[in-house]
Structures are given as structure tokens and as C-alpha cells.
Design a protein around this ligand. Structure first.
Ligand SMILES: C[S@@+](CC[C@H](N)C(=O)[O-])C[C@H]1O[C@@H](n2cnc3c(N)ncnc32)[C@H](O)[C@@H]1O
Length: 280
């Protein structure tokens, strides 16, 4: 029952609702980590979230395992800083890569806890990469195979990451959350990661916060950039008003959740429609 209660809080709360319940860390408006007593309550005799407590399946018709969520609540390792409702979203998109020795790049190391979580989730064969502007984060990034220090919008640094890791399957942007950084990083990396890769951007509620150069419908905001990508996805229907671009040809889906945007890549074929009906 403890799990159910915690799960519902995580599910129901938008970041702003949750912010009223949790004390916040200055910066991105993220909550501070769960208190030990809450974690211990979550641990007590629990096998994990009950069916239906989260998004119902992995997208493959299988129930969510809740494994990442459980890892987070039980975390006894390095500091890990995530909104509770992110875990079912991760699982939905990342499950397909497990057991396939994927390469994962996380931008934003902070306390190193998320790198350790990815190692636990994807296994020893995965290549985990961390990137952060603060050199001291290297000390807490022991779970990563490689750490890159510098700004996420530095094209030379991103080129080095790509040269040393030519097939990146997953990018998680949990870095500065500054609009121009998010856009610059996406524009540089997205076309160059694996053709079937996933690009996930966290904490997109910062798109509405002026301290991150965000603002409702503000020009230059990441969210406005994403809205343009929705049009690009449909370029083929615009009678040439929008060019069918490399993005159109390589993007399968764009999913928008509260505070997370996910782009799934897959080579796209010519759009075709047929009519089927009973034999006359
Ligand atoms: C929200 S924390 C990352 C949290 C971590 N991924 C986790 O889940 O526990 C953001 C991190 O981004 C880093 N950062 C800030 N600006 C950056 C930039 N321009 N380029 C790369 N990293 C940056 C910060 O140093 C900080 O460690």
C-alpha cells in the first residue's frame, strides 16, 4: 500500500503541484530528494508499484516493471535528482534497448546518481557517457565509461563525443535547461545519433520560466522549437510550404509529457494510403 500512495503522488502531481509538497532545490524547481523515512516506507515489504499505478505498458503490450522507479526509491548510492513521474516514461522508451549493449549519453551529471541508475538498468555491457560543465562531477561519475567536461552547446565537445562514440542510442538532456543550450545540443546531436535512437529532454517546464530564457510562447524557447518540429514531421502534407527535411525523414514520433519531450528516430518511407473493403 505504501507504494500505491507514493506512486499516486508522483503521478498526479504536475511539477508545480508537487512543488507545493516538496521543498525545492533552487534552480530547475526540482524537488529535493525523498526523505529517508519516505524511502524506507516505500521499501517495506514492497515488490514494486501495483499494476495500473503508472502508465500501463511499455508500448509493447507488456506491463511496466517499475524497475527504475523502484531503483530511485531504494537508492542508497549517489545523489539522484528526478521527478517521480519520469520513471514510467523512461521505461516506455528505454526498455527496448536493454540487453543490446546500448550507448547512452546523459547531459547533466550532478551527483552521479542517474549514471549509476542507467548502469544498473542497462547492465555492464552498456556504454554510459556523462557530460557536465562542472569538472568536479567527474569524481562522482564512476558508473560512466567516459565523462566529458564542458558546455553542452559546445560543438567541438559534442563532435568529440560523437567521434569517440559513433553510435549513440539514447541522449538524455538534463543539463542547463537553458533554452538556447537545449536547442543547440539537439540540433547538433539529433541528426548524428543512431537512426533508431531516442532523444529525451527533461525538465521542459523551464520553457515557461524566464530565468532559463523561457516564457509562454516566447520566441527562442525550446517548446516553440518543438512545435516547429511537429510541423516538420508533417512537412510532406504542406504542399511544399515546408521542405521534407532530414528531420522529417528520420523521425518516427515526438511525444510530449509534463516536463519531458521524447523524439524517437526511425527511417521514414514514402507515405501511402490504401482503401480496403469487402469483396463485391
Ligand atoms: C539537473 S542537474 C543533473 C541531474 C542528474 N542528471 C540527475 O538526474 O541526478 C543539472 C546538471 O547540469 C550541469 N550543467 C549546467 N549547465 C550546463 C551546461 N551548459 N553544459 C553541461 N552541463 C551543464 C550542472 O552542472 C548539473 O550537474
Amino acid at each position: 500500500m505504501q507504494w500505491t500512495m507514493i506512486s499516486l503522488i508522483g503521478r498526479m502531481g504536475s511539477p508545480h503541484e508537487n512543488a507545493r509538497r516538496a521543498s525545492q532545490r533552487p534552480g530547475t524547481g526540482k524537488p529535493t530528494r525523498l526523505s529517508r523515512s519516505v524511502v524506507q516506507k516505500g521499501l517495506a515489504g514492497s515488490e514494486g508499484p501495483e499494476a495500473g499505478a503508472f502508465a500501463s505498458d511499455t508500448g509493447k503490450g507488456e506491463p511496466m516493471s517499475g524497475e527504475l522507479h523502484r531503483y530511485f526509491l531504494n537508492n542508497g548510492e549517489r545523489r539522484l535528482h528526478k521527478w517521480v513521474h519520469y520513471f514510467d516514461i523512461y521505461e516506455r522508451y528505454f526498455d527496448q534497448f536493454r540487453g543490446r549493449a546500448p550507448t547512452i549519453l546523459e547531459i547533466g551529471i550532478f551527483g552521479g546518481g542517474s549514471l549509476a541508475m542507467w548502469r544498473d538498468y542497462f547492465g555492464a555491457d552498456a556504454t554510459i557517457l556523462g557530460l557536465d560543465i562542472k569538472p568536479e562531477t567527474e569524481k562522482v561519475a564512476g558508473a560512466a565509461n567516459r565523462v566529458y567536461i564542458g558546455s553542452q552547446d559546445d560543438p567541438a565537445l559534442l563532435d568529440r563525443v560523437l567521434a569517440e562514440n559513433p553510435s549513440i542510442d539514447i541522449v538524455i538532456d538534463d543539463g542547463s535547461h537553458v533554452m538556447r543550450h537545449m536547442i543547440a545540443t539537439f540540433e547538433h546531436l539529433y541528426p548524428r545519433i543512431s537512426p533508431n535512437g531516442v532523444y529525451l529532454v527533461e525538465d521542459t517546464h523551464t520553457c515557461y520560466m524566464s530565468k532559463f530564457d523561457g516564457g509562454l510562447r516566447r520566441e527562442g524557447s525550446w517548446m516553440e522549437f518543438v512545435k516547429d518540429r511537429l510541423d516538420d514531421l508533417h512537412a510532406t502534407y504542406t504542399n511544399g510550404e515546408l521542405k521534407v527535411s532530414a528531420f522529417t525523414r528520420s523521425t518516427k514520433s515526438i511525444s510530449i509529457y509534463d516536463s519531458i519531450a521524447v523524439f524517437e528516430k526511425a527511417p521514414q518511407g514514402k507515405r501511402q494510403a490504401f482503401i480496403t473493403e469487402a469483396m463485391s
